[in-house]
Unconditional design. Structure first.
Length: 68
């Protein structure tokens, strides 16, 4: 069984644990669409820094596939 060499005080323990917190994600708003997205990532519509950079494939809905 592990045995500590010396007791760690509450303040030292707290100082060590001070870095173990969660950070909230950095969010941005797109200039053209106003959509909220992660920083340095394109929006779901394919826009980055106000410009269309990628054509997004449209997913077929379940109702359309059932009819065919």
């Amino acid at each position: 069984m592990a045995v500590q060499k010396s007791k760690v005080s509450r303040s030292r323990r707290g100082a060590r644990r001070s870095h173990n917190k969660l950070k909230s994600p950095a969010l941005s708003t797109d200039q053209t669409t106003g959509e909220i997205h992660l920083r340095h990532h394109m929006t779901e519509d394919g826009f980055y820094k106000g410009k269309k950079v990628m054509e997004v494939k449209v997913k077929k809905e379940a109702s359309e596939s059932e009819e065919n």
